[in-house]
Design a protein around this ligand. Structure first.
Ligand code: M6R
Length: 615
């Protein structure tokens, strides 16, 4: 959570930092701030609210065309979101400025000690403690900033990506990371620092991603040196060429990123399987799987770890892996897995799923699994992310940047990757007949066209949204492959429209949730023809006899459910195992329209952030 941006070079820093913060706003948006160096002094402006609020405030408060600057967009951890708690924070002398993404867990004892030594604090943040700790270390032995940062960080417990600037030495920014991402863009006589590469893609395509426990002194006219924070040893910098372009991170004519990303799904699903799925040749080729095929085929069990929407994709994968490859699968919330002393065996394969590749709980769960000797495979979207580097092998989803906080295309591309893996393993283990294997390859190949067809339900979804936009509760029901889709549909609705929604396996309804059903309760039932259709029809009858309002997602041409439901949305026919890729589309659209009609901030829902880098 939190986005950080820094610039040091020959251009005016202010517009670069502000634009960068706007691109990183998905990471947190409850307050924002900027500090600029005007050649003599630090100019600071910060405010509760969004980057647009900061832009307005700072344009009145500071005017400098200084070429060094740092900015921050915050997702509050310590201290409420207000002006004072916003970053950047200055040290007591006013010489040092810091921006920080992460949490300093031992900030309280450090703060007490600093107070005893005469330091005072304006904010409630852990970050202000860190900048004063650095200043204290620096003053004690008259150290250079880099050394002082290093010594201070060795006293700190927690997670951080930081940029520190000292106005007494205004040709450098010191950066460091542990647990929170930090990228350095390398231009000609200029450097960009950011939580991800989006703030600087129009300036340079060369970037270095710091690894955990690394720091760098980003100094003008000097080659970048990266060191280990613990022992000061030098690390060879690995410069990556960025694959991203500007168009990918702009709205492209849509009102919201979420809608753009929903509509990108036919194309990005193709991107996901391009070069991997060869339906005509009857082949699936994925480097990460081929290199480790024995580990997968010999696995006694697969454990999937993830959070949120990625966890839902994991649940869909559980059904697919067990059916296709006959390997037992368990799906765990990463946050539970990491703290419950799980049994991890050497012949377990762990699959970690994460769009951002930065989710703190998933990252910690991966480390735990590795320590216990398991082989860990990552399914990530963000190239070069922490999880993609921490795992033994992996497969990218190639969905392109997902900026809307509500995950949409990440979900369907994760399912696509996982389906391909399951099919490849089924082939290796001989658990699917040849004809079924070929049929599924062909089905998957034409899924993008069907997703495009499913997107035509937009008007219908909007019409239904207008009817139910003021509902206070929603129930989502599905069975088999579409049970996780029910969970995902409910999550989508609650996170962007703030309507309480619950997903349930349809048959579980009678074990409790049925008590909720009355004429006020909209119930979204996912009832494609290929699933446990008859059983779901019985569940619909049960809802109907209790006067619930039924919104059914059905296969095109369905008549039976149409007679029972209040509203139907038709999607194309598909194999049961592929149906989540289609049934999820109208649910994404429905929640989008409800949120828009309720005037909610669709792309940046309250209290949330795109990348959850704190536990
Ligand atoms: O980046 P990750 O896939 O690891 O993120 C996991 C969850 O935080 C994420 O899916 C979250 O639930 C989304 N906001 C849901 O739309």
């Amino acid at each position: 959570m939190c986005g950080i941006v820094g610039y040091i070079g020959h251009r005016e820093a202010y517009p670069i930092v502000i634009k960068g913060l706007k691109r990183l706003e998905y990471r947190g948006y409850d307050s924002a701030g900027i500090v600029l160096y005007d050649g003599k002094d630090l100019k600071l402006s910060k405010t509760k609210g969004k980057v647009s609020d900061l832009e307005e405030k700072s344009s009145k408060e500071i005017s400098t065309n200084g070429t060094i600057g740092m900015g921050h967009t915050r997702w509050a951890t310590h201290g409420v979101p207000n002006d004072v708690n916003s970053h950047p924070h200055l040290s007591n002398s006013g010489n040092l400025a810091i921006i920080h993404n992460g949490i300093i867990e031992n900030y309280e004892p450090l703060k007490k000690e600093l107070i005893n030594r005469g330091y005072t604090f304006k904010s409630d943040t852990d970050t202000e403690v860190l900048v004063n700790l650095i200043e204290d270390v620096q003053k004690k032995d008259n150290l250079k900033l880099g050394k002082a940062v290093q010594i201070a960080l060795n006293q700190v417990i927690g997670a951080y990506a930081i940029c520190v600037f000292d106005k007494q030495k205004p040709d450098e920014i010191v950066v460091a990371r542990l647990g929170s991402p930090l990228a350095i863009g390398i231009g000609k006589d200029e450097f960009f620092i950011a939580s991800d590469a989006t703030p600087f893609i129009e300036y340079t395509s060369n970037a270095i991603y710091l690894e955990d426990e690394e720091m760098a002194i980003v100094r003008l006219h000097k080659p970048l040196k990266i060191r280990k924070i613990k022992d000061d040893s030098l690390v060879d910098p690995y410069i990556q060429e960025l694959q991203m372009n500007l168009e990918q991170i702009e709205k492209g004519g849509y009102d919201h990123f979420m809608m753009k990303e929903i509509y990108e799904q036919p194309n990005v699903i193709k991107d996901t399987y391009r070069g991997r799925l060869h339906a005509n040749e009857g082949l699936i080729r994925m480097a990460g799987i081929e290199d480790n095929i024995d580990k997968f085929t010999n696995a006694k069990r697969i454990v999937i770890i993830a959070c949120g929407t990625s966890w839902h994709a994991g649940l869909v994968a559980e059904y697919i892996f067990e059916e296709f490859a006959r390997i037992p699968v368990e799906v765990e919330y990463a946050s539970e897995f990491r703290y419950r002393n799980p049994i991890i065996n050497k012949d377990d394969v762990i699959i970690a799923i994460s769009q951002s590749g930065e989710t703190a709980d998933t990252l910690a769960a991966i480390k735990l699994a590795k320590e216990n000797g398991a082989f860990v495979f990552g399914v990530c979207n963000v190239v070069g992310s922490s999880i993609s580097r921490e795992t033994h092998a992996g497969a990218y989803t190639h969905a392109g940047p997902e900026i809307g906080v509500a995950s949409t295309k990440a979900f369907t591309t994760q399912i696509t990757v996982l389906t391909m893996i399951a099919l490849r393993l089924a082939k290796a283990k001989g658990t699917l007949s040849n004809s079924d294997f070929h049929r599924y390859l062909q089905e998957l190949e034409i899924i993008p066209e069907k997703v495009a067809e499913a997107l035509k339900t937009n008007d219908k979804a909007k019409e239904i949204a207008a009817v139910f936009k003021d509902a206070t509760n929603f129930l989502y029901l599905g069975r088999g492959y579409n049970f996780p889709v029910a969970l995902e549909g409910a999550l989508k609705l609650k996170e962007i429209s703030y309507i309480h929604a619950e997903g349930y396996p349809a048959a579980e309804m009678k074990h409790g949730p049925i008590a909720l059903i009355d004429e006020q309760m909209p119930v979204v039932v996912i009832a494609p023809k290929q699933g446990h259709y008859d059983k779901v029809v019985s569940n619909i009858q049960e809802i109907k006899s209790r006067s619930g309002k039924i919104i059914a997602i059905v296969t095109k041409g369905d008549t039976q459910v149409r007679d029972l439901a209040d509203y139907v949305i038709e999607i194309p026919d598909a194999a049961d195992a592929m149906s989540p890729l289609l049934t999820t589309i109208p649910l994404q659209l429905l929640s989008y329209h409800i949120a828009v009609m309720r005037e909610c901030n669709v792309d940046q829902p309250r209290n949330l952030a795109k990348s959850v880098t704190v536990e």
